[in-house]
Design a protein around this ligand. Structure first.
Ligand SMILES: Nc1nc2c(ncn2[C@@H]2O[C@H](COP(=O)(O)OP(=O)(O)OP(=O)(O)O)[C@@H](O)[C@H]2O)c(=O)[nH]1
Ligand SMILES: [Mg+2]
Length: 441
């Protein structure tokens, strides 16, 4: 967190994304999320090419401007992924600390990781990303030493320092992977899902996914009354969280996790893949979008989200949640709904506008209700067993209850989403012989 408190003045150079889209606002926001203060921005509309990623003319132009306007500047932030060669060339050319887009994403991750698992995942991703850069740096160093020594220090004797570096990184990675494995074995999500799979408990699992900052955690908080961290900055959530709610005493597990972003590179994906995959074992996926953004942004972010889900092989049914509707007029909402229905009709089971912030959630609650088993009314007769009675109260709304004192029989009229078989099985476990009859469904 040290970086967050010190002022880090930076100049940005924007580049197009790998899809060729030019979205400087996103890179600017990433830099702000990593704690940089942006004092000037330049744009390179062409894809990164050549030894400096920029044309020599553009590089010269920026260097001159920096010399004149910001001679003391420390950070030059590059809005694309650099090769190690480009990275060290730029460092040499501008004489500044250079960070590329992925390094900035990693910095945000490092600042935001809270659980041990997320911290280890970030470390793993950092090791992975830094490896070619460290190798390049070592090569440069060795080149200099060789020149200094006149000739041949590393021929024949000993191990090649590059190989040694590789071995060291591999070892560090293995250590982290082992630790991660241990943590994952005891994870909450896995435990809950496993329990569900073994049919010991019922309920449905719902994953909240979407672009970073769409409002997933705010929605989780609004639905469950919890107080997970939310923020307009990118990548506020890095850890998978599971929270339970009940509708008519039927449990729903809501799973909140890391947001997506365009160009989220493969190595990052790999580090977070198992966390993501676990959350995607859910029965249904709520794709959350910020509906207050312009249509073109909505389309782009939705396509990134769809692509990511495809990569994760998530094939569950999906509900599209248009969040932040409090920020737009009803006409704007209508226009967006029309666009979305035209374009995405068919990909989603339903499309629901909500506002997590204003707790306007009823259209979503209605949809969630449809996912659950239907409510049924039963008559249940059990002998006077208090733990069986307690169980009924925990799974049903009790409409009527009578105790026949002489025969010590309870007669209940209950409304519940649980099946007759389930009720019977559980009541028998409570050492009672129930008589259950369906009254209406
Ligand atoms: N006006 C408005 N703002 C909202 C709403 N929902 C979320 N926000 C704001 O949007 C920002 C992002 O919300 P988060 O819940 O942190 O978003 P997230 O999707 O969890 O983001 P990551 O964890 O970074 O992936 C916060 O500043 C929220 O207060 C909403 O319905 N209306
Ligand atoms: Mg979040």
């Amino acid at each position: 967190m040290r970086e967050m408190t010190e002022t880090k003045s930076a100049v940005l150079i924007h580049f197009p994304t790998s899809e060729g889209r030019f979205i400087p606002e996103e890179f600017r926001f990433l830099c702000l999320s990593a704690g940089y203060q942006v004092i000037e921005e330049y744009s390179n509309v062409k894809r990164p090419r050549g030894p400096l990623a920029l044309s020599s003319q553009k590089a010269e132009e920026i260097r001159t401007l920096l010399d004149v306007k910001h001679p003391k500047l420390k950070y030059l932030l590059i809005g694309t992924r650099l090769t190690p060669v480009q990275y060290f060339n730029l460092k040499e050319y501008f004489q500044k600390d250079i960070l590329d887009k992925m390094m900035i994403v990693l910095e945000i991750f490092e600042n935001h990781a809270q659980t041990e698992e997320a911290k280890l995942e970030v470390k793993l991703a950092q090791l992975e990303y830094q490896r070619p850069f460290q190798k390049r740096q070592l090569k440069i160093q060795l080149g200099k030493e060789r020149k200094g020594a006149g000739s041949m220090p590393f021929t024949g004797k000993g191990i090649d320092p590059l190989e040694l570096l590789d071995l060291d990184i591999q070892q560090q990675k293995r250590q982290i992977e082992n630790k991660l494995e241990k943590i994952r074995k005891s994870r909450e999500v896995r435990r809950k899902i496993r329990r569900k799979k073994s049919k010991e408990r019922l309920g449905i699992n719902i994953a909240l996914v979407g672009y970073t900052s769409a409002g997933k955690s705010t929605l989780l908080n609004a639905l469950t009354g919890s107080s997970e961290k939310t923020d307009k900055l990118y990548f506020t959530t890095l850890d998978t969280r599971v929270r339970r709610i009940e509708i008519d005493k039927y449990p729903i597990y809501l799973i909140d996790t890391i947001g997506f972003i365009e160009d989220l590179p493969a190595f990052l994906f790999k580090s977070f893949r198992s966390t993501l995959e676990e959350s995607l074992l859910a029965d249904i996926i709520l794709v959350v979008i910020d509906a207050s953004e312009p249509e073109s942004v909505i389309k782009r972010k939705l396509s990134v989200t769809e692509d990511t889900l495809l990569q994760l092989e998530a094939t569950q049914p999906k509900i599209l949640v248009l969040n932040k509707t409090d920020k737009i007029t009803s006409q704007d909402l209508e226009a967006r709904l029309t666009m979305i229905l035209e374009r995405y009709h068919g990909s989603y089971q339903s499309i629901v506008p909500i506002s997590s912030l204003k707790k306007h959630l009823s259209p979503l609650m209605e949809e969630l209700g449809k996912l659950l088993p239907p409510l049924k009314t039963y008559q249940v007769i059990i002998d006077g067993n208090w733990s069986a009675r307690e169980f009924l109260y925990s799974v049903a709304t009790i409409l009527d209850e009578e105790l026949d004192a002489s025969s010590r029989l309870f007669t209940f009229i209950i409304k519940t989403r649980y099946s007759l078989d389930y009720l019977k099985r559980e009541l028998i476990k409570q050492k009672t012989q129930p008589r259950i009859e369906l009254i209406s469904s």
